[in-house]
Design a protein. Structure first.
Length: 148
């Protein structure tokens, strides 16, 4: 099975692939989501409280199962980046809308997304998400606050 290609305009930098990944989650589009991943045997994904998934087949099967219940309403917030010429690591607070008996509620997950520049352009090589919390996670930083 050939992997759908991400349009050239979407692989100029890691931010483009990150945006495409979260858009694919929100639309429940497995082909667009898998197009964000590198074509490597050792790509890895860890969902909150779950096993480590290695390889495109395992990752696709897990997201297929998640999409069977509909799209995933998740928005990346408070993105912190460590970038180099060929890799970019994004630490992200993900705000997820969860449907409950009392209506929609927000949950928060901390995720780390790793992107590499490949022959096909920038692609995701790892997504690792922690178990969620009902409140926004406070950030601890030694960076002094900046007043604007």
């Amino acid at each position: 099975m050939s992997k759908p290609k991400v349009p050239p305009a979407l692989n100029d930098n890691a931010d483009d692939i990150a945006a495409a990944f979260y858009e694919a989650l929100q639309s429940g589009d497995i082909d667009k989501l898998m197009a964000c991943w590198a074509d490597e045997d050792d790509i890895v994904c860890v969902h909150p409280g779950s096993s480590r998934l290695v390889g495109a087949g395992a990752i696709r099967a897990a997201f297929d199962a998640m999409f069977a219940n509909g799209s995933i309403q998740v928005r990346p917030e408070k993105v912190r980046k460590v970038e180099s010429m060929s890799s970019s690591v994004h630490s992200v607070l993900e705000r997820i809308v969860v449907m409950t008996e009392d209506g929609p509620r927000h949950a928060y997950v901390i995720a780390t997304n790793v992107y590499q520049k490949t022959a096909q352009g920038w692609r995701m090589v790892a997504h690792h998400a922690s178990p969620g919390t009902p409140r926004e996670v406070q950030e601890i930083s030694d960076t002094p606050p900046v007043l604007h």
